[in-house]
Design a protein around this ligand. Sequence first.
Ligand code: COA
Length: 140
Amino acid sequence: VIRYTDDLSEVRPDMLRGFFVGWPRHPSPAQHLAVLRGSYRAVIALDDTADADLIAGFVTMISDGVLTAFIPWLEVLPGYQDQGIGTELMRRVLAGTERFYSVDLVCDAELVPYYKRFGMLGTSGAVLRRPEALEKDTPL
Ligand SMILES: CC(C)(COP(=O)(O)OP(=O)(O)OC[C@H]1O[C@@H](n2cnc3c(N)ncnc32)[C@H](O)[C@@H]1OP(=O)(O)O)[C@@H](O)C(=O)NCCC(=O)NCCS
């Protein structure tokens, strides 16, 4: 019942419910949709069965289109996890990036083994975070 697509033309903000689990402050659905549309590439996993017109997972990639790419967001809704959806989203977003020198992402240390499945390497990094950039939203 899960359909994967990079076509965002039919996506509405209300289909982006329930993401950013555990975030004290998180993007509004409208800001979330703008992130998807502004990305170099975005893939969504749609559950469009009659009673559940929603997005079960998404991944985004930003890139210079020449040598480097970054994967800022990957999330699968709790009720849809452990069914291979994250794996398929990663597979699809990485497809065609073989010419890039680097494809990077930042994750918790416990998730490094997960990303090693896609040929990625654990490393260290440094980040800037500005929670005030996230639009305030009603609780999930
Ligand atoms: C991480 C995430 C995207 C994986 O998506 P998914 O559809 O559940 O993953 P898959 O079904 O493809 O793979 C499941 C595997 O991931 C592992 N996994 C999931 N979350 C994990 C975590 N936090 N730490 C370690 N392993 C994790 C599972 O143990 C499982 O391993 P197995 O195949 O050996 O049983 C999903 O759990 C999620 O959205 N988590 C919350 C948000 C998040 O952490 N996003 C990543 C930001 S870098």
